[in-house]
Ligand binder design. Structure first.
Ligand code: GLU
Length: 454
């Protein structure tokens, strides 16, 4: 039964900031699945938990003036959304991309709160970034931009307050520049950022963690049907950190990843992307910062399909396969793409990106009873290993690769179990969306209530 109170809340959230469509989408999905929790715990409504959890604790918006290589002054807009600190200091990545708006930041910060709760580590949720486009910018320009960004952000963050990390457009290079400026301004060498370089406080496995975690989660889902990733044909979108390490772990587990993409188009390599081809992709994307179409030049048996702006579907998702791993960006799979995936034989969709499926696409997967994992559960391995990086920084020591990987595996196994148990407790067996939302929500809400009205 629909409770008018909760619907009123979504109307209120929507009406208050009508332009924040991505944020409404993320809130709407959580509200739709936690109604039974509210019905079972009447105090939650009386104590206004939904009103509190959907309003960021703090939002910082700032000007970032910097100078390009031609000596022209540029101005970008920076954000940090400190969403919820019930479980620990705010934690979440920074995104540098021209599409960044307050709506995108709030949706990502909101998702991060539940994701971080699922890891069981003590991390609240936050997100930040800027509408800066790193594409085509020199290393020097990126450095000056990161320094200008940190000149404002430094006063709002700290190793016990708010610990940013990477996201789209923010990788090892940017974290280095950001860390250097933070250290200079504060005269402190602390674990204020995660994703740091290995010699200056970073954790082994952190670069691989999101992608590896996604594949560990997919393997857990398949195991519930007595199946495995071996010999599975897999569609992967994106070609950044998450996509690369998803492909790497898929290869290791005997699957056959056949696609990769960027904003300009996708490649399809029917023979499978193997270790050598993946090494080419890593060099292409991470060092040369080139475009994915070069893959088809280097490996001519692969095809390249440029993206068609305004098209109603993405042909990548029409390729016949067993599993799909959307690792590019939000809303990359719409209802038509979802129908194409189902028609193409896909029985597992595991989200490496944050909210890559529209609500209609999600409904399609749930209606067809696919093994479907939302990003806040499946891609939580990245932030989980960030939590492990924070733990290592606090102890001033470094765990070996095997130990971090072992902990990551264990955390992904536990998240998978938690999702299934939470869904089953509310009669929604096998629904990972409901399970992730219910489990994350309950953990955060209980901590908020323990800490009083703050
Ligand atoms: N940006 C990543 C995410 O979406 C990682 C965040 C972190 O490590 O703090 O979870």
């Amino acid at each position: 039964m629909t409770m008018p109170h909760d619907d009123d809340l979504l109307t209120f959230v929507t009406g208050r900031d009508p332009e924040q469509t991505e944020f409404h989408q993320a809130v709407g999905e959580v509200l739709a699945t936690v109604k039974p929790v509210l019905d079972r715990n009447p105090a939650y409504r009386r104590l206004g938990v939904l009103e509190r959890i959907t309003e960021p604790e703090r939002v910082i918006i700032f000007r970032i003036p910097w100078m390009d290589d031609q000596g022209h002054v540029r101005v970008n807009r920076g954000f940090r959304v400190e969403m919820n600190s019930a479980l620990g200091p705010y934690k979440g990545g920074l995104r540098f991309h021209p599409s960044v708006t307050l709506s995108i930041m709030k949706f990502l910060a909101f998702e991060q709160v539940f994701k971080n709760a699922l890891t069981t580590l003590n991390m609240g949720g936050g997100k930040g970034g800027a509408d800066f486009d790193p594409k085509g910018r020199s290393d020097e320009e990126v450095m000056r931009f990161c320094q200008a960004f940190m000149q404002e952000l430094f006063r709002h963050i700290g190793p016990n307050t708010d610990i940013p990390a990477g996201d789209i457009g923010v990788g090892a290079r940017e974290i280095g520049f950001l860390f250097g400026m933070y250290k200079k301004l504060k005269n402190e060498f602390t674990g204020v950022l995660t994703g740091k370089g290995l010699t200056w406080g970073g954790s082994l496995i952190r670069p691989e963690a999101t992608g590896y975690g996604v594949v560990y989660f997919a393997a857990e889902m398949l195991a519930t049907r007595r199946d495995s990733l071996e010999d599975k044909t897999c569609l992967v979108s994106g070609s950044g950190n998450v996509a690369q390490h998803t492909v790497e772990k898929l290869i290791e587990l005997g699957a056959r990843p056949v696609t990769l993409s960027d904003s300009s188009g996708f490649i399809h390599d029917e023979a499978g992307i193997d270790r050598e081809k993946l090494a080419f992709v890593k060099e292409l994307k991470n060092i040369r910062r080139g475009r994915i179409h070069e893959y088809a030049q280097r490996y001519p048996q692969a095809t390249y399909t440029p993206s068609e702006p305004g098209a109603d579907h993405n042909p990548l998702w029409t390729i016949r396969a067993d599993c799909a791993f959307p690792c590019a960006t939000e809303n990359e799979i719409n209802a038509k793409d979802a129908a194409n995936l189902v028609a193409g034989g896909v029985t597992l969709v595991c989200e490496g990106a944050n909210m890559p499926c529209t609500p209609a696409a999600m409904d399609t997967f749930l209606d067809h009873r696919l093994l479907y994992a939302p990003g806040k559960a499946a891609n939580a391995g990245g932030v989980a290993v960030s939590g492990l990086e924070m733990a290592q920084n606090s102890m001033r020591l470094r765990w070996p690769r095997e130990e971090v990987d072992q902990r990551l595996r264990h955390i992904m196994h536990a998240i998978h179990r938690t999702c299934l148990d939470a869904a089953a407790a509310y009669g929604m067996d096998g629904n990972y969306v409901a399970g992730a939302n219910i489990a994350g929500f309950t953990t955060v809400v209980e901590a908020m209530l323990d800490q009083g009205l703050v």
